[in-house]
Design a binder for this molecule. Structure first.
Ligand SMILES: Cc1cc2nc3c(=O)[nH]c(=O)nc-3n(C[C@H](O)[C@H](O)[C@H](O)COP(=O)(O)O)c2cc1C
Length: 209
């Protein structure tokens, strides 16, 4: 591969990463089948969404099969969580009207390392689906003009989801959801709230170069 190819690839990947955002407003246009995760659309997506909406309204407590946050967050993370809470998160239980959603599961006996899934092919096979894989899916979707919103709010309805997706094994837990579709750019423009993001210098510390 020539240097020019790398420059072009870098520019493309950087663009896909830098320009990504949580659309939260979608066109109803259907989407081709992507990847081998639990991909829900049409009547299955609608049935799960309807039950999640009802569950949210009923105020009956539902619980994910894992803890996303510790009981007490470290102060700096609590501050960022507060900022995140200021974003408009309504309609999450309807997958933000996205026509398709992905449900990521992981074997319940796996621990931190597998959840990070650093991307070694064996690690990926062992942990099935996790953070690194989800980022790859995100980039792949963006390259196809689709916008995903990662949804930590979905695993609390693990029971509802597995009732509809009977192929999720008992050994697996619902780790995350991801709404996806073609973004409704007009609505995004009207409603998108820019979240406060850390600058590169705040997350990167360089030693020895
Ligand atoms: C693991 C993870 C879980 C998330 N869960 C939710 C969610 O439940 N609901 C939501 O509206 N956004 C969720 N998001 C999206 C974040 O709100 C969003 O990425 C962040 O505010 C930055 O904004 P941007 O994606 O528009 O750049 C999640 C993102 C990640 C990485």
């Amino acid at each position: 591969m020539s240097c020019t190819d790398y420059a072009e690839l870098t520019a493309t990947v950087d663009r896909l990463l830098k320009e990504r955002y949580s659309a939260r407003y979608y066109l109803p246009d259907p989407v081709d089948k992507p990847w081998k995760v639990y991909c829900i659309a049409g009547s299955v997506r609608d049935a799960i969404s309807a039950e999640m909406v009802a569950a949210d309204k009923s105020k009956v407590p539902y619980k994910a099969r894992y803890d996303y946050f510790p009981p007490v967050l470290p102060a700096e993370h609590a501050a960022r969580k507060f900022d995140f809470g200021q974003l408009s998160l309504a309609r999450w239980d309807e997958f933000f009207d996205a026509p398709v959603a992905l449900i990521f599961t992981i074997h319940g006996e796996l621990v931190q390392g597998s959840w990070m899934d650093l991307g070694h092919p064996m690690a990926r096979m062992a942990s099935a689906q996790a953070g690194y894989f989800m980022q790859s899916v995100t980039i792949g979707l963006r390259a196809r003009g689709l916008e995903p919103v990662t949804q930590l709010s979905i695993p609390q309805y693990d029971d509802i989801i597995r009732k509809h997706l009977k192929t999720i094994p008992d050994t697996h837990i619902v780790a995350c959801g991801m709404a996806l579709g073609y973004p409704d750019l007009e609505k995004v423009k009207e409603n998108y709230v820019f979240p406060k993001k850390l600058q590169l210098g705040e997350v990167l510390e360089v030693h020895g170069m």
